[in-house]
Design a protein around this ligand. Structure first.
Ligand code: GDP
Ligand code: MG
Length: 439
């Protein structure tokens, strides 16, 4: 899949200490192929690669300490932008009820998603009403009623002998009379887009004036999904897209192209048939998932749970200003120890395990003790400005802490590497970026 291919490309990048321009160009060629293979729209891919290139040149990737990480970070950010940058919330009517009209081809998942949305809203203490507006598909009304019963959400229906326009109008009135603050209108689909369908949907739309017209598309259909989105958008002025069946073996192309091609944000992602398999769509998260960095979020959540927020903020400031001292180093190690086995944490950081210096950073308690002893044998000034620790000072510190000069040298080297790396990371991992990823 897309993730596997991209990971292959990035593993190659990470494995290299230094990158040449040729390395970067080749990586981008492979990223381009991977995207095309994943059924991302050709023009979208072209623009995407151009943007990544431009950004990479601007940031002088070659001179950075971890060029591979910088390239991945750039790709990650551009993927996020491609999908709309930030999460777009569901619209809310100034005066309830908020009317949501679900449209899409047959089998895309409109009825299922209507149920899921109702459940999500119900959880947020809203009182949704489902309206059965598909009078064509056999058992479509029953399907919605079954979902409604299961969720304990009322379903408004008038059978299949009344026009969808009438049903929608009456449904809206029913909601007003019964204090339902959200109305979800399920509609009929066809196998292909046709005029009759579009006309009917337009009429329903005019009759109830939805605050949201959500197109439900099957992510498995790749570029077709994007074409469908384009034609629906032209006729119905969609306000958002729901991508379904992301749990299947999709190639990811639809998620990456829909926003870029139609300008319509993806608002929800569905990944399963069950009623709780609907998530608000977060471009940052999707990008991370595509890049195989999903675990990064787990790591960040873990870190945020375990680390004192104020301390982390202060630490971040220090890292950015390269004020990070040996005292901070010790404190950091203590914090990291609280998070659990470091190996496991490093595994979660994409590429960290392969990064220069990182693998020597494995700390067990014995090593921790040694590091602590060495740091404690330093003077205040040495802790703050390790660059003044010359050969004589190293000898003194070694003696004072009961370690060899090599041990001291190794720690100093690690510290220096860590400092450099942190400067690199701080852009990526600063609290604001973390918060964005968590959202
Ligand atoms: P509609 O014709 O657009 O109303 O589509 P339905 O809601 O009836 O869904 C068609 C089929 O797709 C049903 O079997 C659903 O269970 C299934 N389905 C809907 N959403 C998802 C999803 O996110 N993942 C999977 N695997 N199946 C889904
Ligand atoms: Mg249906």
């Amino acid at each position: 899949g897309l993730t596997g291919r991209l990971q292959g490309v990035f593993d190659k990048l990470r494995g290299k200490g230094k990158l040449t321009e040729e390395d970067v160009s080749e990586a981008l060629r492979e990223v381009r192929l991977a995207l095309l293979e994943a059924d991302v729209n050709f023009k979208v891919v072209k623009d995407f690669i151009a943007k990544v290139k431009e950004r990479a040149v601007g940031q002088d990737v070659m001179k950075s300490f971890t060029p591979g990480m910088v390239v991945i970070d750039i790709v990650n950010k551009e993927l996020t932008d491609l999908m709309g940058g930030t999460h777009t919330k569901l619209a809310k009517a100034n005066k309830p009820p908020t009317v949501i009209m679900m449209v899409g081809l047959q089998g895309a998942g409109k009825t299922t998603t209507s149920g899921k949305l109702a459940k999500m809203l119900q959880k947020q203490n809203h009182k949704p009403l489902l309206v059965a507006g598909d009078i064509y598909r056999p058992a479509a009304i029953k399907q919605l009623q079954v979902l409604g019963e299961q969720l304990k959400v009322p379903v408004f229906s008038m059978g299949d002998q009344v026009s969808p326009v009438e049903i929608a109008k009456n449904g809206l009135q029913f909601a007003k009379d019964n204090n339902n603050d959200y109305v979800i209108v399920d509609t009929a689909g066809r196998l292909h887009i046709d005029e009759t369908l579009m006309d009917e949907l337009k009429n329903v739309r005019e009759a109830v004036g939805p605050h949201e017209t959500l197109l439900v598309v099957d992510a498995m259909t790749g570029q077709d999904a994007v074409n469908v989105a384009e034609s629906f958008h032209k006729q119905l002025e969609l306000t958002g897209v729901v991508l379904t069946k992301l749990d299947g073996d999709t190639r990811g192309g639809a998620a990456l192209s829909v926003k870029a091609v139609t300008g319509c944000p993806i608002k929800f992602a569905a990944m399963g048939e069950k009623m709780d398999a609907l998530e608000p769509f977060y471009p940052e998260r999707m990008a991370s998932r595509i890049l195989g960095m999903g675990d990064m979020l787990t790591l960040i959540e873990k870190a945020q749970a375990g680390i004192d927020a104020d301390k982390a903020k202060e630490m971040e400031r220090k890292m950015r200003n390269a004020e990070f001292t040996f005292d901070d180093f010790l404190e950091q190690m203590e914090q990291v120890k609280k998070l659990g086995p470091l190996d496991q944490l490093l595994d979660m950081l994409p590429g960290a395990g392969k990064m220069k210096g990182m693998k020597d950073l494995k700390v067990d308690d014995k090593q921790m003790g040694r590091v602590e002893a060495i740091v404690k044998s330093m003077t205040k000034e040495e802790k703050r400005k390790p660059e003044i620790i010359n050969a004589n000072r190293r000898k003194r510190i070694a003696l004072g802490s009961g370690n060899s000069v090599q041990d001291v040298n190794r720690l100093l080297k690690q510290f220096e590497d860590m400092r450099k790396m942190m400067k690199q990371f701080s852009g990526m991992m600063n609290p604001k970026a973390m918060k964005n990823m968590k959202k």
